[in-house]
Design a binder for this molecule. Structure first.
Ligand code: WTA
Length: 670
């Protein structure tokens, strides 16, 4: 069911009937931070009825302040200010605060490197809180030495190595706004992001290891810095410095004095770096994510509210304890890596595990091997990975001792009940509660999720809202729909970790999130609430697809295709895919005189990889003489979706401009 593309109409019927329920064990509930329905309900009620009292208390209790805030919330829809007048530093909240406590010498990060191509085991590195603090302070001084000041922007384009977390925290320490770009994105994507946020520095590595190969990060940065716009101006003209981490050790071009080596810079700095006193609302990071139209959106998060959301959800949703070894498998290039690999766990003084490589390299037992090796107790991963594990077979987890696990999490897309049940039985051995957590880059932290000691789970449902969150399922007019009716998911009240805007584009922020349904934040997701009030997210209802847990805007892929000299027009739609949730199918019409050769198909896929990144490569490209359009010239995506899914064309085609194009779209062959 996860994979079904939804029609844009919000009143769809949800087909999924799932009646299994899993109650937390008495033992789990007894030991949990929140262990009874009564305490969840009491806190939830308070958080909704008197949000300012609730959040004010939490912010005082949970965060370390240089100066206390004066006001909990200033809300001028759609602009929120939380904890107004307060001063704090995020790195102090994640590191310094633990130094005077027994946590100081506990592992903050455990890092496992990818095994080498010859089968040699990967490196391992462990940083205690004290060591991590030292490294962050040193690198923060490197940032200062390279001219960075509070409010400047830094692009981080790094592999999954501890230095990625160190760079993020160092930016936060000196008030530099970071924007992490996933290492799988292309030079063009890096250049676009540099241009959009006007970054002054890029922090990268010579390369990263991936499945035995090398991802040429530094080369991509060099290419990005050479890209020009139509007038011949460099997109990245704001860049002054490139700080390069040595990871792979292969030869890379070096352009002094612009480029500096991370390790050489460290030689010139001290490990003493007093934290900047940042405003509650100081921008912390920008993270680009796909929207339904045009270029990616620079989602902006600020300091205090974001940190509070990340911290509280990490503690309560994962029932995090001092003794846990917690592993979130997301890359730091995604929001999950920000909130649940770095900031949430460290703010709680937890041990967070980071793994550099792929789940099936060198063999499909990588995750299970790591869990056994470090006695991981909490695993947080994505449905697309779970479905891949199912496909690879039960023999891989069966070879390893998974008895340390006590809690499992899922994020990124709807988890189909079969995958949920497999996770529950084969990985959790029916002992571990599963938290299916719904949230978005924009929401900063988890908004809908079971609390593992309280909520009876139903496979496929993210269940109930977290404290302070008031979600509702509504129709196109913004009216709440009856239970068991599909509609649009909106959030009715502001919450501390909500996005504060889109970088440099207040209008688009209003239009995308706050104009669809008056007075509410529009999530872009379709949803249904069942008779118990549980939320069942069914996926996106706009033109954003969820491919293997990555949000990809069809418009972005289309414009990448059209930028190829052979392409006249293209339309990209999703097709249900057992493994990835959705697969990308591109319908392409070629310029007159260009012949549709199979070779061109691969060339176009590579072109998209170059323009956006390999994650956005269409799975299937179909050449067409023309695309089905309405008389007003709109591409009829509804029809293309059906064609892509191999379904018979149903529904109204009377507005179709030229019916004959439909019959020509049917086959995947040339
Ligand atoms: C989808 C990832 C169903 C949803 C944290 C959302 C989910 C988008 C779930 C955000 C879930 C995320 N169940 N759908 N548990 N979690 N989604 O910004 O469509 O990369 O809008 O943030 O992923 O993706 P993003």
């Amino acid at each position: 069911m996860a994979a079904k593309p939804q029609s844009p109409a919000s009143n769809f019927q949800s087909v999924l009937q799932e009646s299994r329920r899993f109650k937390p064990s008495a033992a789990f509930a007894k030991a949990a931070h929140i262990g009874s329905e009564a305490s969840y309900k009491r806190l939830y009620r308070e958080s909704i009825q008197t949000p300012e009292k609730f959040w004010g208390r939490m912010a005082k209790q949970e965060l370390v302040w240089f100066r206390p805030f004066k006001k909990v919330l200033e809300w001028k829809e759609p602009f929120a200010k939380w904890f107004v007048g307060g001063k704090l530093n995020l790195s102090v909240n994640c590191l310094d605060r633990h130094l005077g406590t027994p946590t100081a010498n506990k592992a903050a990060l455990i890092w496992e490197g990818e095994p080498a191509a010859d089968g040699k085991p990967g490196e391992e590195r462990v940083f205690t809180y004290r060591q991590l603090h030292r490294e962050v302070c040193r690198f923060a001084n490197v940032l200062k030495r390279n001219g960075l000041k509070p409010g400047d922007r830094a692009i981080l384009y790094l592999p999954m190595v501890p230095e990625a977390a160190i760079a993020m925290l160092a930016c936060a320490r000196v008030g530099v706004i970071h924007s992490v770009v996933f290492g799988g994105f292309s030079a063009q994507s890096v250049a676009d992001r540099i241009q959009d946020c006007g970054a002054k520095v890029v922090i990268t590595a010579d390369g990263g290891f991936r499945r035995g190969g090398i991802v040429p990060l530094k080369k991509n940065v060099d290419d990005a810095l050479a890209i020009q716009d139509a007038t011949g101006a460099l997109l990245s003209r704001t860049i002054e410095k490139v700080i390069v981490l040595r990871r792979t050790g292969h030869e890379v071009a070096f352009n002094s004095p612009r480029d500096v080596w991370w390790h050489e810079e460290l030689g010139s700095v001290s490990s003493d770096c007093p934290p900047e006193k940042m405003d509650s609302e100081s921008p912390l990071f920008i993270l680009y994510t796909s929207g339904s139209t045009g270029k990616p959106k620079g989602i902006l998060h600020t300091t205090a509210g974001y940190l509070l959301g990340a911290k509280l959800t990490t503690r309560y949703v994962f029932d995090l304890k001092d003794t846990d070894v917690y592993w979130c498998t997301a890359d730091v290039g995604w929001v999950t890596g920000h909130s649940y690999v770095v900031y949430g766990p460290l703010a709680n003084g937890a041990t967070s595990l980071m793994y550099e490589g792929a789940p099936n390299w060198p063999e499909p037992d990588r995750f299970w091997r790591i869990i056994a090796k470090y006695a991981v107790s909490i695993l947080y991963t994505a449905p697309t990975a779970i479905r891949a594990f199912m496909k690879w077979g039960d023999q891989w987890p069966a070879q390893h001792d998974l008895s340390s696990l006590r809690l499992l999490g899922s994020v990124g897309e709807p988890i189909n009940p079969e995958a949920w049940m497999w996770y529950h039985k084969v990985i959790g051995k029916k002992r571990c509660p599963i938290v299916d957590t719904w949230w978005q880059t924009e929401t900063g932290s988890i908004l809908i999720s079971p609390l593992p000691g309280v909520t009876s789970t139903k496979p496929g449902s993210a269940t109930l809202p977290f404290f302070g969150i008031l979600p509702e399922v509504v129709d196109d007019q913004g009216r709440a729909v009856p239970r068991n009716t599909g509609g649009k998911l909106v959030i009715r009240k502001p919450w501390p970790s909500m996005l504060r805007g889109l970088w440099g584009d207040a209008e688009r922020f209003k239009q995308v999130y706050w104009s669809e349904l008056k007075g509410s934040y529009f999530t872009g997701d379709g949803c249904r609430q069942d008779t118990d009030g549980y939320f069942w997210i069914v996926g996106r209802i706009d033109d954003v697809l969820n491919v293997a847990g990555h949000r990809i805007g069809t418009a972005e892929v289309e414009s990448a295709l059209v930028s190829h000299p052979s392409v006249a027009e293209s339309a990209v739609v999703g097709r249900p895919d057992d493994l990835k949730g959705q697969a990308l199918v591109a319908f392409v019409t070629l310029k007159t005189g260009v012949v549709a050769q199979p070779r061109l198909r691969e060339e176009l896929r590579q072109h998209v990889a170059k323009e956006i990144g390999p994650v956005a490569k269409p799975d299937d490209i179909r050449f067409a003489e023309s695309l089905p359009k309405t008389r007003s010239g709109k591409i009829m995506r509804r029809l293309l979706k059906q064609v892509a899914a191999g379904a018979e064309i149903k529904g109204d085609t009377t507005t179709l401009e030229d019916l004959s194009v439909l019959s020509k779209l049917g086959s995947a062959e040339d």
